[in-house]
Design a protein around this ligand. Structure first.
Ligand code: HSE
Length: 383
């Protein structure tokens, strides 16, 4: 199957390279921005790709939604298979693109958009057919895991750890999507869509921007390791989906995930808990997931989203956690059901452990405190 590639950045170049050797696949033209077509096999004319009847599939690695969405629509309308590594595109327009694919009979797969080389979506798409997926969670952002690991194990401060993650090419062009948890949220929304047929909207994300080196030392003194965790689960009301820092005991599998690695865990009614770990970002791991999707198409796969996938507001009020807080003293009264947990921080903020709090309540309280100029960092205590 001759495959054109859209984009020749880190991932696009990796796809083009692996296509030269992959069984059953053939590399087609590579679409690049105007004026960048400096080789015969590159083109800046998208119409040339659509006019080429020998091209059977298109792999997209441009990123963002513009022009990716417009090009994706045209690929699928033409009946060609479309595979993408673009989490923003699928989180924004997945169900819409699926509808076009259904109309033309083309395949629409996006395994590389969540977890890089880790085959989470691929496995979920298969597992949900004969099982009932109950929950999906994990470390889905390599940048923040790298930063937390370096802060914990090398004593780096936040700024230095972020700079290194950027230099190593893990971070997004705008790293605020990484550190705010938004990137991990996009990925868990895709996992929820594949696992449950619900693309949750209005989800919550707390990143690591408020975590200080002093917090990390404090957690370590209690034998705890901080990780940024994305979670989605079936609830009585629908589907929960959120990202927040979580504290684990030193022996938990999450605590052992180092550097920019990812760890994805899903739980099915029949299969129980399954963990998948590996490289969640980078040229070859991500490109390998795109190639895996193309190979799946050769074996007959056509979709990852369940039929009738819908968008629905997330239900983040049903799940509760206990949270370890560092909060400005004057907001103490917002947390009546808490116990002190250690000495106050250097700036006088209190360290408190809450009783069980709904996720939506915890995130709303943190927003309220910040809007009023107060400081808060929170992390869920893993039960
Ligand atoms: N910035 C992302 C990460 C890249 O750090 O995980 C892979 O999606």
């Amino acid at each position: 199957m001759k495959t054109a590639v859209l984009g020749f950045g880190t991932v696009g170049a990796g796809i083009h390279e692996i296509l030269q050797k992959a069984e059953g696949l053939e590399s087609g033209p590579v679409w690049v921005r105007r004026g960048k077509a400096d080789e015969a096999w590159k083109t800046d004319d998208f119409d040339r790709i659509l006019a080429d009847d020998s091209v059977g599939a298109v792999a997209e690695a441009i990123g963002g939604t513009d022009p990716a969405f417009g090009l994706a629509k045209r690929v699928l309308e033409s009946g060609r298979h479309f595979v993408t590594a673009n989490k923003m595109l699928v989180a924004e327009y997945g169900p819409e693109l699926q509808k076009i694919a259904d109309g033309s009979g083309a395949a629409f797969l996006f395994s590389a958009a969540c977890g890089g080389g880790v085959p989470l979506l691929h496995n979920l798409a298969l597992a949900r057919k004969g099982d009932e997926i109950l929950r999906v969670s994990g470390i889905l952002n390599g940048t923040t895991n790298y930063m937390l690991d370096r802060m914990q194990n090398r004593g780096m401060d936040y700024g230095e750890a972020l700079k290194q993650a950027q230099a190593l090419g893990y971070a997004e062009a705008d790293p605020s999507a990484d550190v705010s948890g938004l990137d991990a949220l996009r990925k868990i929304r895709l996992a929820a869509a594949v696992a449950f047929g619900i693309l949750p909207d209005g989800c919550l994300h707390e990143g690591i921007e408020n975590v200080s080196a002093e917090d990390i030392r404090f957690y370590q003194s209690k034998g705890l390791v901080l990780r940024l965790i994305a979670k989605a689960a079936r609830t009585e009301e629908g589907v929960s989906a959120y990202v927040e820092p979580v504290l684990f005991g030193r022996n938990a599998p999450e605590a052992a995930v180092s550097l920019n690695n990812n760890l994805a865990v899903y739980e099915g009614r029949f299969c129980g808990r399954i963990g998948l770990s590996g490289q969640g970002a980078g040229r070859y791991p991500t490109a390998s997931a795109v190639i895996r999707d193309l190979e799946s198409i050769l074996s007959g796969a056509r979709r990852m989203l369940p039929e009738k996938t819908v968008r629905e507001a997330a239900d983040n009020g049903s799940e509760t956690h206990r949270y370890l807080l560092r909060v400005s003293k004057k907001f103490r009264d917002l947390f009546p059901d808490t116990e002190p947990s250690g000495e106050p921080a250097a700036d006088g903020s209190l360290r408190l452990m809450t009783g069980p709090l709904p996720v939506s309540r915890m995130h709303a309280l943190a927003n309220e405190i910040r809007e009023k100029g107060g400081r808060i960092a929170f992390a869920a205590a893993e039960e």
